[in-house]
Design a protein around this ligand. Structure first.
Ligand code: AMP
Length: 430
């Protein structure tokens, strides 16, 4: 029997693994959609594959995704190199440029959700295909837009019912601040180069900031040992005042956060605001989501200068947090009517009735003839409101025997009158 690729998952209602239950996914994505739509953000669907160049430039050549070859790339039949998206921001900025959104009222605020692909070694909470809700606000360099992005993210977590959250706000400064910080880090880590992981020896030259959030334990030991001064101490005047504005707005919006001077997350083109949202029970290395500002990205993709800020929420991680907090996920509604054919001929009749009543009512049916007793049992198991029996006697009179399962009331109802009998209100008495 062929199976799925390790690190990828089937998402369906009865999945034994909680993060991959479809109702949980739906709860997360619908809640996020509701919050984001209420803010006027618009949904966008971009392709899950792009020219690899778009995606590589989107994350930057020194990012982990490129350095550790986490992007899935392949050649199409025309010999073009394509990639599966390792994050959605580059695609959305590419779409913004391609469709001339710069002439729209700014900022253009877009969101999406869908699969993301990273060739990582899979482990709990880390998969090769996972899913994100993603929000991007493009075309404004106002710190208010950063604060709104963070506030919306927190609003989604709250609407989901999550409590143990911590927003860690930092800043990666302006590009010139980072040059100074990287020089400082190179000086600091060079004497330890031999002890660093192979990836971090590459990072030491290309982007030493990445050493700080390396997942390697030996790297982390060295980072702890050398006593690194945080990025926040290296901010220039403008980046500092921008950071203080974002923090001030968040306070006034009542969004709880802590300033984390050591946050260095993000892609190569991140500037200024960077943040992560952690969950008390999932552990420090497992963020529920994160975001940042990336004012230089559009130009990297050959477009005009378009400042932008955005975030990604890991759907599986949020699902794990919901389970750990015991948040109850709304159950799928039970059927209004469960139709039971009592003989072969009634199968098609049941389907005809079902199709007439759908989608106004939730109607399910048995697909093989049953005894009335068995049919009733199945209807009860599904917690249907009504069971409808269809046999020879019913056929002769053009009716269905309709029984309300809670009250036990039973009567014959003509096919035409069924909709009315099911009633607009659940629990209506016959
Ligand atoms: P990133 O784009 O790396 O900042 O990731 C944003 C969020 O997506 C993280 O905070 C996680 O919640 C989630 N995430 C990132 N990588 C993975 C992965 N391999 N498997 C599952 N979730 C992930």
């Amino acid at each position: 029997m062929l199976t799925s690729v390790p690190g990828t998952n089937d998402v369906f209602a009865q999945s034994k693994e909680y993060p991959f239950r479809e109702p949980v996914f739906r709860y997360i994505t619908q809640t996020a959609e509701q919050v984001l739509r209420s803010s006027g953000a618009q949904m966008i669907h971009t392709p899950i594959f792009e020219y690899a160049e778009v995606l590589q430039k989107g994350v930057g050549v020194t990012s982990d995704i490129v350095v550790k070859k986490e992007m899935y790339t392949f050649e199409d039949r025309g010999g073009r190199v394509l990639g599966l998206r390792p994050e959605p921001t580059a695609s959305i900025v590419r779409a913004y440029n391609q469709h001339g959104m710069k002439v729209w009222p700014q900022p253009v605020r877009l969101f999406t959700w869908g699969p993301i692909f990273r060739a990582e070694r899979h482990q709990k909470g880390r998969y090769k295909q996972f899913h994100q809700v993603d929000y991007e606000a493009l075309g404004s360099a106002d710190p208010l837009v950063d604060a709104e992005a963070i506030a919306l993210m927190v609003q989604i977590y709250r609407a989901l019912g999550l409590k143990g959250l911590e927003v860690k706000l930092g800043s990666v400064g302006d590009p010139e601040d980072r040059v100074r910080y990287n020089d400082y880090l190179r000086g600091l880590f060079r004497p330890y180069a031999q002890g660093l992981s192979e990836d971090s020896r590459v990072r030491l030259e290309s982007n030493p900031m990445r050493i700080l959030d390396s997942k390697s334990e030996t790297d982390q030991r060295i980072v702890a040992e050398v006593g690194v001064r945080p990025m926040l101490e290296f901010l220039g005047l403008e980046a500092r005042s921008f950071h203080e504005s974002v923090a001030g707005y968040l306070e006034k919006l009542g969004v709880p956060f802590t300033v984390d001077p050591s946050i260095v997350r993000g892609l190569d083109y991140y500037v200024r605001t960077a943040w992560e949202v952690h969950h008390s029970r999932i552990g420090a290395k497992s963020a529920l989501g994160g975001g940042g500002r990336y004012d230089g990205l559009s130009e990297m993709l050959g477009g005009p200068r378009v400042p932008g800020v955005g975030w990604g929420i890991g759907i599986e991680r949020v699902a794990i947090a919901l389970e750990q907090e015991g948040v109850e996920i709304p159950a799928d509604p039970a059927p209004d009517l469960y139709l039971v054919p009592l003989d072969e001929a009634a199968k098609l009749e049941a389907l005809q009735i079902a199709q007439r009543l759908r989608p106004a009512f939730r109607v399910e049916m048995a697909y093989a003839p049953k005894s009335p007793r068995k049919g009733l049992e199945e209807a009860l198991k599904r917690e249907a409101r009504f069971v409808g029996l269809l046999g020879e006697a019913e056929r002769a009179r053009g009716v269905v025997t309709l029984k309300h399962l809670e009250t036990g009331d039973q009567r014959e109802v003509s096919w035409e009158a069924l909709g009315e009998a099911l009633g607009p209100v659940p629990g209506v008495r016959l």
